[in-house]
Structures are given as structure tokens and as C-alpha cells.
Design a protein around this ligand. Structure first.
Ligand code: PLP
Length: 432
């Protein structure tokens, strides 16, 4: 393989793809098994040129790609693999460092320390918290709840709201903990007065819930947690990145009193997938829950390796991509993109609000609009199917107060006003 030549071809492919990404049907239109059937069932006996990989990416795989990089992607939470992040992924693979121990890559660990401290500063968090990067919010939450469980042996309950992401349930399932769901109010926020912390080791509060981006009252929840000596974990996987803008920091009121916090920088901080920041002011509790150093990993170095704070031994060099993004966007670049996404969502909300026959179904926070067409759930469900089958845009749904609701989540850095206008046209014409 000729790295320089094949590398240029791969980079050309990337440039061309990102130039054309808005022209692809956003949601892949293939049937289950279709892509598998087009792939050889046996591995190649002999080496093939790399150009064959690029060819088959185009010919075989592309029809099975849902275009998360498209500016017309409005489902779940939209994300962006930005240019500095993409290039940093190449460098990460080239270095191929494995952070099993500090000495296995001092730069991997120390860049992670510094980058997470930068992140804390950007989000207006207190200085001095420990931060580490994990694959996903599900892993970050698992780690936090494992620490919480060990701090309070015998207390086996995790309390959260009806709106808390299922990542908390999954963590509890793995940790042998019970989930206790507290009702939420009419704006989908956890009700602190309804908290029952009997036998609880942790509360999970959410800033930016998955269904509606509602914001739990973290300060009041922190009061209750402090009174009962219960660990407070804040899930800000989506909305945490918005704290880069001071005008949204009201949503982080009380987060400085949390024991742990998760922010997915791969969600709204333009970093390619697999980059979830776990921040804590209690790193020693994480270490007690996870540290296990076998003889073959003992070193005389007077430094604690990050692998002692979580379940994974060989840690990837994630900090390099977040560092590249933070440097190439800067605080002002991050703020500008977050503000634009929120502006576009606000604009869209206004159009829905002004249009007879449609309703906004939850207070809009950040860049997520929940809405529906007046009519039955079945009508709205069929409407969503028609919208997504058209391929021009991709949206998802949730259920609020038992009703089927459409969600339009803005967040891709390539989304402009014209894309959101077009989305509204597509939605309205699909309803006719
Ligand atoms: N928490 C919230 C609020 C989310 O919206 C999501 C995913 O969208 C998650 C947790 C789970 O994130 P991950 O896929 O990184 O595990």
C-alpha cells in the first residue's frame, strides 16, 4: 500500500463526501440484510489494493449509510464530525497509542487532563474537577453510579425521573441496582419534593432530557442529595455543550454541587463519535471502585494512571480529537454554532406555533422542538413515516403524556436557515 497516494485518495473522498453530503437521502432506504447480502461471505485470500475499499464504500456501503453528517439530519440529537475532529482521528490512528498506564503514553493522559480542564472552564464549571473521556454517556454514567454504589454500601436504589435516559437503567441493571422513577411536572422536569431517597445511593438529574430537552432543577435536587448524603450525577450529555454560552448557564445552576457530570462532546461539541466527558469532584471514589493493578502493570512511576478510574484498561487517545476541535473552533466558534442552532430551532418553533393545525408540545429548550399535527397518534406516526421515506430530511419522535410527538433537533454545524425552512416545507407537504 502506498500511504501517501492512498491517503490522498481517502482525503479526496472525505472532501467530496462532505461537499455532497446534503444531496444524499438522509435516512438510509435499504431493507434489513440488503447490505450484508451484497458483501462477500468469505474474507479475501490475498491482499487487495486500498482503492477497492474506497470503491466498495461507494458502491456497496453508501446506500446503507444514514447521513448523520447531513445538514438535513434532525433526528434524535444531531451531531457533527467536524473537519479538525476528522483529521485528528487520522492522527490518533497513526499514533495508535494505548493508555493502559501513564508511561504507556504520558501525552495521552496529560493532554486528557488539560483538555478536560479547558472543557470545565468553557462550560463555566469550578476549577479542579477531575475529568476523563469515555466512549459514551452510557459508560460515563455506569462509572459514576458504580462509584456511588461503593460509597454507600447497602443503599441499592438510584432515583431519577420519568424522563431520565435509559442509560441509567442499563447501568443499574449491570450494577445490580434498582431504579426508582420520580414523576415529572407538566414541563417534564423532575419534582424535587417528590424525591424519595430512602435506601438511595444516587440521584440522576438531567440537564437537557432526551425527549424534550427539559432541565431538572439541579440546585433543589442537590439540596435533597446533601441532606440524605446521596451521590448526585448530572446527565448533560446533550445540553452540556450549550454551557459554553453564558446565557444558557441558568440550566447549570447547582451543577457545581454535583458529584459527577457527563457531557457528550461528540453530541454538540463537533467532535467525532466516541468522546464523552465524565467530570467529577470525587475522583478518589471512582478510583476505589475501579482500581485493580496486577503485577505486570506495576511501575515505579509516582502517578495514577487513568485506567484506574474506569472499567477499560487500554484507553484510546480521545483527547487529541477534542483538543483539535477546541483549538480550531475556539470559544467564540463553539458559541457561534451553538447560538445559531438555538436560533434556528426558535425560528422553527415560531413557524409551527403560527400555523393552524399544528401545536408545539413542550417548552423549547436549546435546539430541540417537540411538536405534532392536530389529529390522532396514528396520523402523526404515518406522517413521520412519509417524511423519512422521502429521504430529504430525517426526524424522530417521542411520546409525551401518552401522545405521539415529532421531534426536530437542530445541531449539525452544517445546518443553515435554508435547511430548516426546507424541513418545514417537507413536513407540511407530507401532511397534506
Ligand atoms: N443521556 C442523554 C440525555 C442522552 O440524550 C443520551 C443519548 O442521546 C444518552 C444519555 C446516551 O448517550 P450515549 O449514546 O453516549 O451512551
Amino acid at each position: 500500500m502506498n500511504l501517501a497516494e492512498d491517503g490522498r485518495a481517502a482525503l479526496d473522498w472525505v472532501v467530496d463526501y462532505l461537499d455532497r453530503v446534503e444531496d444524499f437521502p438522509v435516512l438510509s432506504q435499504v431493507q434489513p440484510g440488503e447490505i450484508r447480502d451484497r458483501l462477500p461471505t468469505e474474507p479475501p485470500a490475498d491482499a487487495e489494493p486500498f482503492r477497492n475499499v474506497l470503491r466498495d464504500l461507494d458502491d456497496v456501503l453508501m446506500p446503507g449509510i444514514t447521513h448523520w453528517q447531513s445538514p438535513n439530519y434532525f433526528a434524535y440529537f444531531s451531531i457533527t464530525g467536524s473537519e479538525p475532529g476528522i483529521l485528528a482521528e487520522l492522527l490518533i490512528a497513526a499514533l495508535n497509542n494505548v493508555g493502559i498506564l501513564w508511561r504507556a503514553s504520558p501525552a495521552l493522559q496529560e493532554l486528557e487532563e488539560v483538555t478536560l480542564d479547558w472543557l470545565s472552564q468553557l462550560l463555566g464549571l469550578p476549577r479542579g474537577w477531575h475529568g476523563q473521556l469515555e466512549e459514551a454517556a452510557s459508560v460515563s454514567t455506569l462509572i459514576a453510579l458504580a462509584a456511588a454504589r461503593d460509597v454507600k454500601p447497602g443503599a441499592r436504589v438510584v432515583v431519577c425521573s420519568e424522563q431520565t435516559h435509559s442509560a441509567a437503567d442499563k447501568a443499574c441493571k449491570l450494577l445490580g441496582l434498582e431504579v426508582r422513577r420520580t414523576p415529572s411536572d407538566d414541563e417534564f422536569r423532575l419534582v424535587p419534593d417528590a424525591l424519595d431517597l430512602d435506601g438511595a445511593c444516587a440521584v440522576v438529574a438531567t440537564v437537557g432530557t432526551t425527549s424534550t430537552a427539559s432541565v431538572d432543577p439541579v440546585a433543589a435536587i442537590a439540596d435533597a442529595c446533601e441532606r440524605a448524603a446521596v451521590w448526585l450525577h448530572v446527565d448533560a450529555a446533550y445540553a452540556g455543550s450549550a454551557m459554553v454560552c453564558p446565557e444558557f448557564r441558568w440550566a447549570f445552576d447547582g451543577v457545581e454541587r454535583a458529584d459527577s457530570l457527563v457531557v457528550n462532546t461528540h453530541k454538540w461539541m463537533f467532535t467525532p463519535m466516541g468522546c464523552s466527558a465524565l467530570l467529577t469532584r470525587r475522583p478518589e471514589d471512582l478510583r476505589r471502585a475501579f482500581s485493580l493493578v496486577p503485577e505486570f502493570l506495576r511501575t515505579p512511576d509516582e502517578v495514577v494512571s487513568f485506567s484506574e478510574y474506569g472499567p477499560v484498561l487500554g484507553r484510546a487517545f480521545r483527547a487529541l480529537k477534542l483538543w483539535a476541535v477546541l483549538r480550531c473552533f475556539g470559544r467564540s466558534g463553539l458559541q457561534a454554532r451553538v447560538r445559531e442552532a438555538v436560533r434556528l430551532a426558535e425560528l422553527f418553533e415560531g413557524w409551527v406555533d403560527a400555523e393552524p393545525g399544528w401545536e408545539v408540545c413542550a417548552p423549547r429548550h436549546f435546539s430541540l422542538v417537540c411538536f405534532r399535527r392536530l389529529g390522532s397518534d396514528e396520523d402523526n406516526e404515518r406522517l413521520l413515516q412519509r417524511i423519512n421515506a422521502g429521504g430529504e430530511i430525517f426526524m424522530s419522535h417521542t411520546r409525551l403524556n401518552g401522545r405521539f410527538v415529532l421531534r426536530l433537533a437542530v445541531g449539525n454545524a452544517r445546518t443553515e436557515e435554508r435547511h430548516v425552512r426546507r424541513a418545514w416545507d417537507v413536513i407540511r407537504s407530507s401532511a397534506e
